[in-house]
Design a binder for this molecule. Structure first.
Ligand code: GLN
Length: 555
């Protein structure tokens, strides 16, 4: 494959060794933030070795949350870290899986584009990977490419081979290899072990890649002797062995890595000259996080109570809401199944605010509705997101508007009051086309995905939170508010505070006579950043804080 580098963008490739879950995504995001703080523009790409074409169909239990971008890509949750730590905007081109790469090669083969040649992993798959990476060439100063999985995995080999080739294609001054490994601390011996790192680097070397910088995840700081030892065995300079120490808050990572000099090393190796980094905002942020003035307890009632990765962005957005209010947010995951079988109310009573997040499928539905009833009746601040908004509408319809058996047709197709339903025809602002679908349509193709505009109604919680008339938020759902029941629900007191600009899609609902009760059809958590907490999360946490203080003072 012929490559004509733009000579504008430098590429950092991050691989991981020893074992998974070392926080490569966070490390990549933190490095991006440090480079931005030195005035560079950055972007990211995650190359995932699994065969699914995208994570859209994957179970959040297994893979963590599906992160949605403005352009409607269903991506790996690391995209969320990238966007939260930097100004980079992620899109379809920032996340590739083996499946997507193979899919496009196979389509080309079927179209006869390989002119009868034998289609092989090298060069056809590797070329396709290189093409994916090189889409970023010329768009920013530095592109940070993260290879998913662990070095040594069979399925990751084509990616490793592609980045090896890219060093040759682009040249040393345009490419940098960072390898993240684990240096475990063995309690009984009272010392850390470097052997896994040595083996992992050996494995990388076998693929033709000599790492330039090693980032070592560890519980205890690595002293100069240890760094020297790792440097010697792994053929890097001692200054290029970076301690990536465990931290209390993930937002400390940029600061810790900066103290270790990772940004200096990167710039030096890539031959980039910049001024001193502007890391004050990160220092202030961490100071705020570590010295909260208040504490607030938020109950989350969802299906995936066991796995925090499934609600990654949500969790972070709540933390951000806390930062905006100088509060530490304690999350209490309350099982919807438990609520459904009659238990768990005392757990709800301990919460200053209740949130029902997005979800698919019927498990725990009645439990979630019970949590909503509890919040509505006891004037506990409530935030419903996507499915949580839909169920808030169902709860209101059943208990206030007296529509017995009201439901979403996703969960009860035979309901007499389908207040949430599958819109058979709707105008898609993003594509400019009218979409048509029914219950039998292909699951993947019928979701409303990505950013949509929403117009807010003045003097509502939503309008006050955002302080503007038109907003844009990201969606990932199939079902919608049914306008057939809108008048009746509004007459009963439901406030529709946000709709699509043409008013056909209800995007936000509220309750008038409640301190803070809001449900939104979109996923605001995808747009919250620690430096810019999302207005709805900020106000929800503030309301919960006020409820807590009122409860304490007034009782
Ligand atoms: N299951 C609901 C729908 O498809 C909600 C989806 C969600 O919460 N993301 O509309």
């Amino acid at each position: 494959m012929k490559i004509q580098p733009t000579k504008k963008t430098k590429f950092i490739f991050i691989t991981g060794g020893v074992l998974s879950s070392l926080g490569k995504g966070l490390a990549a995001a933190a490095i991006g933030s440090l480079l931005e703080s030195r005035g560079m523009t950055v972007t990211f790409q995650k190359l995932d070795p699994y065969i699914n074409v995208d994570p859209g169909t994957m179970n959040p239990f297994q893979h963590g949350e599906v992160y949605v971008t403005d352009d409607g890509a269903e991506t790996d949750l690391d995209m969320g870290h990238y966007e939260r730590y930097t100004n980079a905007v992620m899109a379809q081109i920032n996340n590739y899986t083996s499946g997507r790469i193979y899919y496009s090669v196979i389509m080309k083969e079927r179209r006869g584009e390989y002119l009868g040649g034998t289609v092989q992993v090298i060069p056809h798959i590797t070329d396709e990977i290189k093409r994916a990476v090189l889409q970023l060439d010329g768009t920013v100063d530095v592109a940070i490419i993260e290879i998913g999985g662990t070095i040594g995995d069979i399925e990751g080999l084509p990616f490793v081979e592609a980045i090896r080739q890219l060093r040759g294609d682009l040249g040393r001054e345009y490419t940098l290899f960072i390898h993240l490994t684990l240096v475990p601390y063995i309690k009984t011996a009272g010392e850390v072990k470097t052997k896994p790192t040595q083996h992992s680097v050996k494995e990388l070397l076998a693929s033709g890649i000599q790492p330039d910088i090693l980032m070592c995840r560890t519980e205890v700081p690595l002293n100069a002797d240890l760094k020297k030892k790792i440097a010697l065995f792994c053929n890097v300079e001692p200054e290029s062995v970076i301690t990536a120490i465990d931290v209390d808050s993930i937002y400390e990572v940029p600061l810790r890595l900066h103290e270790e000099g990772v940004d200096d090393r990167i710039l030096e190796k890539l031959g980039i000259w910049t001024g001193a980094p502007h890391i004050r905002p990160w220092q202030e942020l961490v100071h705020r996080i570590k010295n909260p003035k208040h504490t607030v307890t938020i109950g989350i009632t969802g299906k995936y109570v066991d796995l925090k990765e499934s609600y990654k962005s949500l969790h972070e957005a709540l933390v951000h809401g806390g930062i905006a209010n100088e509060a530490r947010v304690e999350l209490k995951y309350i099982s919807a199944d438990e609520l459904e079988s009659g238990g768990g109310i005392e757990q709800l009573e301990e919460c200053d605010g209740i949130l029902v997040p997005g979800g698919f499928g019927s498990r725990g539905t009645e439990g979630k509705i019970r949590a909503i009833t509890h919040a509505r009746e006891n004037r506990v601040p409530f935030f419903g997101i996507c499915l949580g908004m839909q169920l808030a509408v169902v709860e209101f319809a059943r208990n206030i508007a007296k529509m017995e058996g009201a439901h979403s047709t996703e969960l009860d197709p035979a309901t007499p009051f389908p207040v949430i339903y599958l819109m058979k025809e709707w105008f898609d602002f993003r594509t400019g086309k009218t979409e048509v679908r029914d219950e039998n349509s292909d699951m993947g193709g019928t979701l409303r995905l990505g950013a949509y505009p929403c117009r807010l109604v003045p003097d509502t919680l939503a309008a006050r939170a955002y302080g503007q008339e038109e907003i844009s938020e990201r969606h990932r759902h199939r079902y919608e508010f049914n306008n057939e029941f809108r008048e009746r629900l509004e007459e009963a007191g439901l406030v529709v505070s946000g709709t699509s600009p043409d008013k056909t899609l209800v995007e936000i609902v509220e309750l008038g006579d409640h301190p803070w009760f809001l449900g939104c059809q979109f996923h605001p958590e995808f747009k919250s950043k620690p430096m810019k907490p999302h207005p709805l999360f900020r106000d929800f946490i503030r309301a919960a804080l006020e409820a807590r203080q009122a409860g304490k003072g007034g009782a």
